[in-house]
Design a protein around this ligand. Structure first.
Ligand SMILES: Nc1ncnc2c1ncn2[C@@H]1O[C@H](COP(=O)(O)OP(=O)(O)OP(=O)(O)O)[C@@H](O)[C@H]1O
Length: 448
């Protein structure tokens, strides 16, 4: 961000300082607001998003310890943790400066200031904000936006790294909400086609007539509603990647149409006589289990072979051990930022409750549950009661406990006992009737 796009708030009880800074910044920035009374800070920052806040450290002129400044700095950080705060004081007190920086101030200036020094400080902070924002964007590209460190997700990353640069067709399998969309995009972003289009079509949601017109396109007049030519998704993805989601839900007739295009690498728009040759990399995804896909009454074997040069199976969240905590921390931080809340501390009971849940809706369910928890939380720490699992998901969760295997039962028993004993391994081992070493082995096994 450049200086002239910035909105700045100056808070000082000295009217001369306020006037001087307003005169200095008015011609340089988009907007400068001055405030004499620090008690109005909350109201000011609720009203507007400031890029920089310049805050005096000594408000009543009697106590020159800078404590008032640090107090107000903390108040600002509670409401808008991302705002850059520059503190000013009349006393060149290095200890105070360091304390202010530790408490989250972005910089520190000593009165009387040189105008050039203060504008340079503000300009560099604005530049740093810009580069942080663009770093964030680029990290969304590779696999860095896909969070996970469990053995199960590491296998996925390995496969992704190997397969992405090839032109192989990939079938991504996995329950709803496991991250199939993210993997499809990562395959494209890490391929030689990354600068070409990535086109996604939810084929499971298309009626028969829409399936044809969406995928193959049409010429004006091909049917009653065809008022002008329309490019189909195959053609739109030319040179790039076509991602067909919910592939397991298409009819046998649609499967034949798809197979023909994939075999000949040609599409003919409805109402046209001319076939267009297409060069696409195909990625498909489905939440249907492989054994159902293997049922020839529902799915053509020749199509399965064609779309499934390589398959990537997304593990359900309940099998991803420590990823639950890792993802939880990520989502909590994202939502704390989004809803302008300070970062939360996580109560140990909160983490145990998360780990015990079965997550039938996988990462998507975790994401929604945490967004709700962040919105509803009354304090700065998240507690078990802040976690409310949706009754719909709970129903599914109950159903799935009937098919629970011994491992899940053992894992849940360990978690319950650990929670009861506040994480004390010796007490928990005793209660479970096993040795400490045996408990540690199991903690390792279940990545707890
Ligand atoms: N490993 C991960 N790291 C960060 N976010 C994730 C991860 N996995 C999934 N998500 C998030 O969870 C949500 C669901 O993921 P996604 O849509 O990719 O799942 P899906 O398997 O394609 O679901 P569906 O089968 O319902 O289409 C998205 O918001 C996605 O960003």
């Amino acid at each position: 961000m450049v200086l002239k796009e910035a909105t700045i708030l100056v808070i000082d009880d000295d009217v001369d300082v306020l006037t001087a800074l307003r005169l200095l910044f008015k011609p340089l920035v988009k907007e400068v607001i001055i405030e004499k009374n620090p008690s109005n800070i909350g109201a000011q920052i609720d009203k507007k998003n400031f890029d920089i806040i310049i805050l005096d450290m000594n408000f009543n002129g009697l106590v020159n310890t800078g404590n008032e400044g640090i107090f107000w700095l903390n108040e600002i950080k509670k409401i808008k943790p991302k705002t850059d705060v520059v503190l000013i004081t009349a006393y060149a007190d290095i200890d105070l400066a360091i304390r202010a920086l530790k408490e989250g101030a972005s910089d520190f200036l000593v009165k009387p200031w040189k105008n050039e020094k203060i504008t340079n400080t503000i300009s560099s902070l604005l530049k740093a904000r810009k580069s942080n924002a663009s770093d964030k964007k680029s990290s969304q590209l590779g696999t860095s936006a896909i969070i996970g460190e469990s053995e199960a997700i590491k296998d996925v990353f390995l496969k992704l790294k190997k397969v992405a640069p090839t032109d192989a067709n990939v079938l991504i399998l996995g329950e709803n909400g496991t991250g199939k969309d993210l993997i499809a995009k990562a395959l494209h972003d890490n391929s030689n086609r990354k600068d070409k289009p990535f086109v996604k079509v939810d084929v499971g949601a298309l009626t028969s007539s829409l399936f044809e017109s969406e995928l193959f396109g049409y010429k004006k007049g091909a049917f009653t509603d065809a008022k002008e030519d329309r490019v189909g998704r195959f053609e739109a993805a030319n040179g790039g990647t076509l991602f067909l989601d919910e592939i397991g839900n298409i009819t046998l007739g649609q499967q034949v149409r798809l197979l023909t295009v994939l075999q000949n690498r040609l599409v003919t728009p409805l109402g046209s006589n001319e076939a267009i040759s297409i060069d696409i990399r195909l990625i498909c995804a489905t939440n249907i289990e492989p054994k159902v896909l293997a049922d020839e009454q529902k799915f053509r074997k020749d199509l399965i072979y064609r779309i499934n040069t390589v398959d990537i199976v997304m593990p359900p969240l309940r099998d991803r051990g420590t990823d639950i905590t890792l993802l939880a921390k990520h989502f909590i931080s994202v939502y704390a930022d989004k809803y302008n809340k300070s970062q939360f501390l996580l109560d140990s009971g909160f983490i145990s409750k998360l780990k015990k849940h079965d997550f039938p809706g996988n990462v998507r369910e975790l994401q929604y549950v945490l967004e709700r928890a962040v919105i509803m939380a009354d304090s700065t720490s998240l507690k078990p009661e802040d976690l409310v699992f949706s009754s719909i998901e709970r129903q599914t969760s109950k159903a799935s406990t009937t098919t629970m295997n011994l491992d899940s039962l053992e894992k849940n028993a360990i978690l319950t006992v650990l929670e009861k004993n506040k994480g004390n391994v010796s007490k928990s081992a005793k209660e479970l009737g096993i040795t400490r070493a045996a408990l540690y082995r199991r903690l390792d096994k279940y990545e707890l």
